[in-house]
Design a binder for this molecule. Structure first.
Ligand SMILES: [Zn+2]
Length: 476
C-alpha cells in the first residue's frame, strides 16, 4: 500500500519592534511578570489601541520577501473567545481582509526545487503567557500580551516532515535576513502549529486532519510529524480513522497527546475592531519597502556560487544564516582566497559552533583573526595542524593569531639543518621501521612522520619532513 502525507503549517512570529502592537509598552522579552503592560495591553475600559506603524511595515516586508500580494486596504478584527491568557475576551487579529495573500517559499526537496504556497500572512497581537505550577495553580504574565505577531499560513503542500523542516528553516532564515524577527524559538518568538493527515493513494481513503499545537523547536516539530504519520497509517491499516482533534507534542515521552477534540469549527464571531480605523497603504510605500529589502538567502546563495566559485552545498551552508554569510564575506577581505576561507569555515569553525551550540556572532573569533590565521598557514609559517590549534585558542581567548604563535613558540621549523637533526634522531630510535619500509611496508612512513611531528612538538614543516625522510632512509 502507498500512503501520502499532507502537511500544512501555521507559523506565529513575533515582530521585533521597540513597542507593542497597539500601545507604547516595551516589546522587550522577559522582565518581572506584569511590568510591561498598561490599560491597553489589559483591555481596561476606556483604553484605546493605536496601530504600531513599524509592525505594519515589518509585516509588509515579510509579505514581499515571501512573494505575497499586499492588500492596500486592510482591517483589524476582533476574534472573540474566552481564555485566561486573553484578558480582554478578544484578540485583535485579521479575518477576511489579511494584509498579505498568496505567495510562496521555495525549498530544495529530494525531487528538486519545490514551491510551497502560502494562504496568507496576517497581523495579530500575542496573548499573555501561562505557567502551570505543580500545585495546580496557573500564573499569568501579561508582558507578552499585545506583542505584534504575524501568522503565516501555508497551503497543505508539504509531503514529508523533512520538507516541512526545510520550509521552516528557509522561513526563519528569511525573517532574520530582513530583520523583522529574531526568531528565537526558546523565547517563543517563533512557534508553529502543524496540520497533518494521510491519504491512501490506492483507495483514496484519508485520515482526518490532526492539529499539533505550539511546537517550539524544529526538531520537536519533525519528531511530532513523524509520530503522527505513523499513527495515522497504523489506524488506516486497521480500517479505522483518526478523530479530528488538536494534540500537543510531549518532548519527554516522545509522543503526541490529545488536547481537545474538534467539533465544528469554533465560532469566533469575528467583527471589525471599532476602535481601529481601516489601514490604507500607498502603493508607493510598498514599492519603497520592496526596493529597500536586503539581499534574501536564495539570492545570496546564487551570488556566492557565481562570485566565489563555491559548490552549491557550501554556498547553501554559508548563507543559511545572515551572520555566517557576513562573516565569510568579511574574512575574504583579509585573505583573497574564497575557497580556502570556505574550507576553514565549513570545517573547523562550523564544527566548533556545533559542539558548543553557539552562533558565529557569539564567539571571540573575528573575520580579521581568521583571515590572518589562514594567511599565516598559507605562507607556511605554521602548519595546518598547528593552525587548527591556534584557531581553538582564538575561540577560547580571542587573542590575535600572531600573539598566540609567539607566546606558544609555534613557528614552524623549516630550517633544513634543524629538521635533519630531528629526523636523524627519530630514525636512530626506530630501526625496525626502516627495515619495514625497505621490505615494502609503506605504512612505516606514516609512523615515522608521526614520531617526527611529536619530537618537533608539531612544528615541523610536513612537506619538508616527507621529502627529507625518504631521502635519509635511502641513504641508510
Ligand atoms: Zn501596553
Amino acid at each position: 500500500m502507498a500512503y501520502k502525507t499532507i502537511i500544512g503549517l501555521e507559523i506565529h512570529t513575533e515582530l521585533m519592534t521597540k513597542t507593542k502592537m497597539f500601545c507604547s509598552c516595551t516589546n522587550a522579552f522577559g522582565g518581572e511578570a506584569n511590568t510591561h503592560c498598561c490599560p491597553v495591553c489589559l483591555g481596561l475600559p476606556g483604553a484605546l489601541p493605536v496601530i504600531n506603524k513599524v509592525a505594519i511595515e515589518y509585516a509588509i516586508k515579510s509579505g514581499i520577501a515571501f512573494n505575497c500580494k499586499i492588500n492596500t486596504h486592510t482591517r483589524m478584527d476582533r476574534k472573540n473567545y474566552f481564555y485566561s491568557d486573553l484578558v480582554k475576551g478578544y484578540q485583535i487579529s485579521q479575518d477576511d481582509l489579511p494584509l498579505c495573500e498568496g505567495g510562496y517559499i521555495e525549498i530544495e526537496s529530494e525531487e528538486g526545487t519545490k514551491k510551497v504556497h502560502l494562504e496568507r500572512i496576517h497581523i495579530e497581537e500575542d496573548t499573555g503567557k501561562q505557567t502551570h505550577t505543580t500545585e495546580g495553580d496557573t500564573l499569568i504574565d501579561y508582558n507578552r500580551a499585545g506583542v505584534p505577531l504575524i501568522e503565516i499560513v501555508t497551503k497543505p503542500e508539504m509531503n514529508t516532515p523533512e520538507e516541512a523542516r526545510l520550509f521552516l528553516e528557509n522561513l526563519r532564515a528569511t525573517l532574520k535576513y530582513i530583520e523583522v524577527s529574531d526568531c528565537k524559538m526558546e523565547e517563543g518568538s517563533l512557534r508553529c502549529d502543524v496540520n497533518i493527515n494521510i491519504v491512501d493513494t490506492e483507495t483514496g481513503n484519508k485520515t482526518n486532519i490532526t492539529e499539533i499545537k505550539n511546537l517550539n523547536s524544529f526538531r520537536g516539530a519533525v519528531r511530532a510529524m513523524e509520530y503522527e504519520e505513523k499513527r495515522h497509517i497504523e489506524l488506516l491499516q486497521k480500517g479505522e480513522n483518526t478523530i479530528k482533534e488538536t494534540r500537543r507534542w510531549d518532548e519527554v515521552k516522545g509522543e503526541t497527546i490529545t488536547m481537545r477534540t474538534k467539533g465544528d469549527v469554533a465560532d469566533y464571531r469575528y467583527a471589525a475592531d471599532g476602535d481601529l480605523a481601516e489601514i490604507v497603504i500607498e502603493d508607493s510605500r510598498i514599492e519603497e519597502i520592496k526596493n529597500n529589502l536586503p539581499e534574501l538567502p536564495h539570492h545570496k546563495k546564487e551570488r556566492f556560487i557565481s562570485d566565489y566559485d563555491l559548490s552549491e552545498y557550501d554556498a547553501g551552508v554559508l548563507t543559511a544564516s545572515k551572520e555566517l554569510a557576513l562573516f565569510f564575506e568579511e574574512t575574504i577581505k583579509y585573505i583573497d582566497d574564497s575557497k580556502l576561507v570556505s574550507n576553514w569555515i565549513m570545517g573547523d569553525v562550523l564544527r566548533r559552533l556545533k559542539d558548543e551550540e553557539i552562533e558565529i556572532q557569539d564567539t571571540k573569533l573575528t573575520p580579521k583573526a581568521l583571515g590572518e590565521l589562514i594567511n599565516i598557514v598559507k605562507d607556511g609559517k605554521i602548519n595546518n595542524n598547528t593552525g587548527k590549534k591556534v584557531l581553538k585558542e582564538i575561540f577560547d581567548t580571542g587573542k590575535e593569531p600572531e600573539t598566540i604563535i609567539k607566546e606558544q613558540g609555534l613557528v614552524q621549523i623549516s630550517d633544513e639543518g634543524a629538521l635533519k637533526e630531528i629526523v636523524s634522531k627519530v630514525l636512530d630510535e626506530n630501526e625496525q621501521s626502516i627495515i619495514d619500509y625497505k621490505n615494502g611496508k609503506d605504512r612505516a612512513i606514516g609512523f615515522l612522520v608521526g614520531q617526527i611531528m611529536k619530537a618537533s612538538k608539531g612544528k615541523a614543516n610536513p612537506q619538508m619532513v616527507n621529502k627529507m625522510l625518504i631521502e635519509m632512509i635511502n641513504e641508510r
